[in-house]
Design a binder for this molecule. Sequence first.
Ligand code: B12
Ligand code: SF4
Ligand code: SF4
Length: 348
Amino acid sequence: MTESALKAAIIAKAHALGFDSVGITRASLPPARASGLHEYLKAGHHGSMGWMETRAAERADPQTLWPEAISVISLGLSYAPFGDALAATRIPEAGNISVYARNRDYHDVIKGKLKHLAQFVARRGAGVKVFVDTAPVMEKPLAQQAGLGWTGKHTNLVSRRHGSWLLLGEIFTTLSLPPDAPHADRCGNCHACITACPTDAIPAPYRLDARRCISYLTIEHKGPIPEALRPGIGNRIYGCDDCLAVCPWNKFAQAGHEAKLTQREDLTAPRLASLAMLDDAGFRTMFAGSPIKRIGRARFARNVAIAIGNSQSAALRPAARALANDEDAVVAEAGAWAAQRLDPSSFP
Ligand code: B12
Ligand code: SF4
Ligand code: SF4
């Protein structure tokens, strides 16, 4: 089989497995990507995500990660929502969960598909390694290089067909496959994502200060969330989609067809009062198979407390007081903050 025929067979197999976008690139990145990563780290924009520093050399250079790798098969899975992704952000007594987390954990979903495709490639006698959201891989630059889209000003990959709503995975392989052309930047004069960010986490186009990003604060950050940033979080209790959702390129996106990522009804706009009541066992049952389970009950309850504090709803005062008495100190502090915001006279 020629390299081109093999590439066509891999692309056909990827589509048959349900991937929405596929491209091939060489297993290398230009030095500009390494300097961008080092600038990002030097500016401290990664916050407490120390793993970004410890494996920076491998992240900056796929050849350091795996010297035998020749090609990267970059894959995208659409999770474009039906309707308005931000609808729940306008319901103060509900929590807003980011679209990608409204059903099963995409890591599991994509990894399953990647393994099938990797077996197909390996049967041609090639070495393969699969990655999805894995620390030492820079997935967005590789996807741009493979022609899937471009890194938008919100710093995520934007696709002409799927808008901001592609999740990424890769297969590194020892096969030599004809590379695709890199995708050109199509942001033009638009800056909708920068304006939309509730916490001003995009200090300049194509730059993200994770320390201000609601996704980082609600998912990655342990401990109390800085008070100054709490009001901007609104009712976003797990991740944030505001910059993604306002991108004009979304208008071409069809709703994603992966059933395991189609939003669960009960996670579309869950009531904060009910979420505040979840104990450890209740949390684990509700979020079995969901990425939310990864952050654990305490971090989740902290986020719920902040959303309650931002709700301006007197009906949520009992929930705030209950969280203020939580045995976890971080949850209790956030609960006390919420109770004070809802009823300043109830606390000294
Ligand atoms: C760390 C991480 C985060 C962090 C930091 C995000 C970030 N933009 O860096 C946090 C927790 C905030 C986060 C949030 C989200 N994430 Co995330 N995240 C990652 C992860 C693990 C690494 C990303 C990374 O390398 N960042 C480091 C910076 C340096 O890279 P960069 O943004 O590409 O920046 C380049 C340039 O912009 C420039 N640059 C950037 N900052 C700076 C600063 C200075 C001073 C300079 C000079 C240059 C510079 O240089 C860089 C190198 O070329 C990837 C998976 C992976 N392994 O790649 C997923 C990934 C990027 N995340 C993903 C998603 C879906 C999200 C969220 C949408 C989740 C949500 N709904 O809450 C949000 C979106 C927030 C946003 N606007 O980016 C998807 C994105 C898919 C796509 N279409 O792009 C990925 C690819 C996971 C996946 N497998 O699908 N994420
Ligand atoms: S995910 Fe939310 S907080 Fe983070 S940059 Fe985008 S809009 Fe801002
Ligand atoms: S909203 Fe505008 S600036 Fe931001 S990524 Fe989309 S096209 Fe680019």
